[in-house]
Design a protein around this ligand. Structure first.
Ligand code: GLU
Length: 311
């Protein structure tokens, strides 16, 4: 919990692998409202760790879209791509704890032999490595049970070794693991609460474990339900969710607010986006978000508001 004198610091951390869609805007707005309703700062981090999947054109597009919706971030934008040395230093710290090991399994080896129910069987831990062959680096997990209390979802726990298995910390293609980067970046940015989609709840146990290994304090967490598209799958780039920079801003923003359990009055449609956000900050409460894994995308809301506007 936050002590009285500490400032709330929240963040939105999109990966620039595509434009912002309704689901990512919804997460951006929720984290913004939570920060501002707590008189805090809302920081923007671009998770461009994976240089193969992330593109500068999407970074620019995301920044532009946030500006379009008048979601103003505090401080300068933080980029993962500038953090290689910090990630490497943390990896060395873990190396010194003798808990890392090289893994030379190919994708085929993994899918055909060494991964069952998503869990790696530790093959490379017990077999010598082949010289001059590329390898990834895995974290050898002890039998540990990680439990935490999420501000939305309540208390949950995971037995890391049995339910996740030794996970990758450094990829064969020389990219540090997402979990390592997120833990170090949230710490570097002094994030006090991580608010993000429920789909990342299962990552949190690994992240808390890494915080413990690296002696980093654990922030608060709040995992809000994700928005599911018509087929029942999470709205995402993979499901070709629409680019919200092309949607009518005020209507879309108001629709986001209704998906976040707020009840915006119709007159808000005549307000500018930052005034709509101000209204939302005044009415926002994380307590109104129910502990669900997902909510359906209600497309009719945007249309309904468009019709109302022209009545
Ligand atoms: N960059 C991640 C994503 O776009 C989110 C990371 C996080 O919120 O911890 O899914």
């Amino acid at each position: 919990m936050l002590s009285k004198d500490s400032t709330y610091r929240g963040r939105f951390a999109p990966s620039p692998t595509g434009p912002l869609h309704f689901g990512s805007l919804y997460t951006a707005v929720a984290s913004y409202l939570q920060a501002k309703a707590n008189d805090g700062k809302w920081l923007l981090r671009i998770d461009d760790l994976d240089s193969f999947r992330c593109k500068a054109e999407y970074t620019n597009k995301i920044l532009h879209t946030l500006e379009q919706y008048q979601l103003e971030w505090d401080e300068s934008v933080f980029y993962q791509r500038s953090r290689y040395d910090a990630y490497q230093q943390a990896l060395n710290t873990l190396e010194q704890q003798n808990i890392l090991y090289p893994c030379q399994c190919s994708r085929k080896d993994l899918s055909e032999r060494h991964v069952r129910n998503g869990i790696y069987d530790g093959y490379c831990l017990n077999h010598p490595i082949i010289p001059n062959k590329a390898y990834s680096v895995r974290l050898k997990l002890p039998q540990t049970n990680i439990s935490f209390t999420d501000a939305v979802q309540g208390t949950t726990q995971q037995r890391l070794q049995a339910q996740v298995g030794d996970f990758i910390m450094f990829r064969k293609d020389e990219i540090h693991a997402y979990h390592l980067a997120v833990v170090l970046d949230d710490h570097e940015q002094n994030i006090t609460q991580v608010l993000r989609g429920y789909d990342l709840l299962h990552s949190t146990y690994r992240q808390i474990f890494l915080q413990q290994l690296l002696n980093i304090p654990t922030p608060d967490y709040a995992h809000i339900p994700v928005v599911n598209g018509p087929g029942g799958a999470k709205l995402s780039k993979q499901t070709f969710a629409e680019d919200v920079s092309l949607s009518p801003v005020r209507q879309t923003l108001i629709s986001v607010l209704t998906h976040l359990s707020l009840k915006p009055p119709k007159e808000l449609l005549t307000y500018r986006p930052h005034e709509i956000l101000k209204w939302a900050v005044r009415h926002w409460s994380l307590k109104n978000i129910s502990p669900e894994t997902a909510i359906p995308f209600n497309h009719s809301l945007i249309g309904l508001y468009v019709i109302t506007l022209f009545q």
